[in-house]
Write a protein that binds this ligand. Structure first.
Ligand SMILES: *Cc1c(COP(=O)(O)O)cnc(C)c1O
Length: 390
């Protein structure tokens, strides 16, 4: 069943993804492979269509956060190599091998458990060693006094049976802060430590990793030294954030709604829960079917705006679960049924994020399953998804 009745939707511009991919490929050059990060349903953009497009465009690798996300791609026909960036329980190794999924190895214990399970299952698990150079999340801890132990542990993990060791990677904590001297120094330190770890492990192991990679969005944009064999951006692909604009990338998501009802209130009327907005004049108020259950941030109540064909309409009163109100008093031509942009072309997702005190990642990830995704290619609608259990 197709439902467009609620009239809030996210347009996913696949032409923008293609433009961003080609621009990034040109930016890093021919000799650097490209891994597209498509975790969290491609940051809310829809991982299946995005991954199919990346595969068609010639990307080398995809990455997700969990085995569920990886299997979702396989079941939907994606054949590119897929790296799971996070931890997977060892009892899933059989599935990883059968689905040809690459697993990050984040500790000596995990390495031994994956090896034992792979041998038991009969097959080889492709792995990338994850090195913690200062993010302090997952990976072999190799800072300071831990260096020698990390090198010994990683080299030992590389020799375990049942593991096909393909890559080694690390993750930056502040590669996206070029204006802070301390952050630049920290990133340089992480990169140096990563290089030293690679050299020491390869020496001890007696082999070289095929893929060394560490460049997330910040490093892909700003740190050519960090590109190595493969870049690993997420946000840039979706055209969000400050570096996307600097590199000439285009925002992929346009979140839209429509005016369902317009009412005119007398001066003194209060609007919505908490009565935080009070009309000081005769006020023409539109209701739009977009609330916090759709991914709107309630903290933006009474202090953001949406774009109509005639200009910006201030949002008024508390944002509700399923609706909110916009002031159309100064936009007399806007009528019921008209389209309204929440963010996209005229209102930048970066500005919405800044206003909400967060980052654009959180805004696109928050667009909930109730919001239909409409995919556009060459300007035409080529598909749509609404994740409800009809
Ligand atoms: C999410 C993630 C990325 C992509 O980060 P962006 O900032 O979106 O480019 C890369 N590597 C790892 C390990 C990640 O978790």
């Amino acid at each position: 069943m197709e439902s467009t009745l609620r009239r809030t939707w996210a347009e996913i511009d696949l032409d923008a993804v293609e433009h961003n991919y080609r621009t990034l490929r040109a930016h890093v050059g021919q000799n650097v492979k490209f891994l597209g990060v498509v975790k969290a349903d491609s940051y809310g953009h829809g991982c299946v269509p995005i991954s199919h497009l990346l595969e068609e465009l010639g990307a080398d690798y995809l990455a997700v956060s969990s085995i569920d996300e990886a299997v979702e791609l396989r079941v939907n026909g994606i054949t590119l190599p897929i790296l799971i960036l996070g931890y997977t329980p060892a009892d899933q190794v059989g599935n990883l091998i059968d689905y040809r999924i690459t697993q990050a190895v984040t500790s000596p214990e995990a390495a031994r458990a994956y090896s034992a399970e792979a041998v038991r299952h009969g097959g080889e698990l492709t792995v990338h060693m994850k090195v913690d150079t200062g993010m302090s999340r997952v990976g072999f801890l190799c800072q300071g006094q831990h260096f020698e132990q990390a090198v010994a542990d990683i080299a030992e993990a590389c020799r375990l049976p049942g593991l096909r060791v393909e890559g080694i990677f690390t993750h930056f904590a502040v590669s996206d802060e070029p204006d802070k001297e301390e952050s630049v120094a920290y990133t340089r330190g992480q990169l140096e430590l990563f290089r030293r770890t690679i050299a020491a492990v390869e020496e001890k192991w007696g082999q070289k990793f095929a893929l060394h990679h560490c460049a997330n969005t910040g490093a892909t944009a700003l740190w050519p030294d960090a590109w190595m064999d493969m870049v690993r951006p997420g946000l840039l692909l979706y055209g969000c954030g400050e570096f996307a604009a600097q590199l000439g990338l285009k925002p992929v998501m346009r979140l839209k709604t429509s005016v369902s009802i317009i009412k005119t209130y007398d001066p003194g009327t209060t609007v919505s829960y908490g009565r935080m907005f009070k009309a000081d004049r005769t006020t023409r108020m539109g209701v739009v079917p977009y609330g916090y259950a759709d991914g709107f941030f309630r903290t933006l109540s009474n202090r953001c705006q949406m774009m109509t064909a005639d200009g910006p309409a201030p949002q008024r009163g508390r944002i509700c679960m399923d609706m909110c109100m916009i002031d159309l008093t100064d936009l007399p031509n806007v009528k019921e049924g008209d389209e309204v942009e929440i963010f996209g072309e005229h209102i930048s997702v970066n500005d919405v994020a800044a206003l909400a005190g967060t980052i654009s990642y959180e805004i696109t990830c928050a667009v909930s399953k109730r919001v239909k995704r409409v995919y556009l290619r060459h300007g035409q609608v080529v598909g749509s998804e609404l994740m409800l259990r009809f």
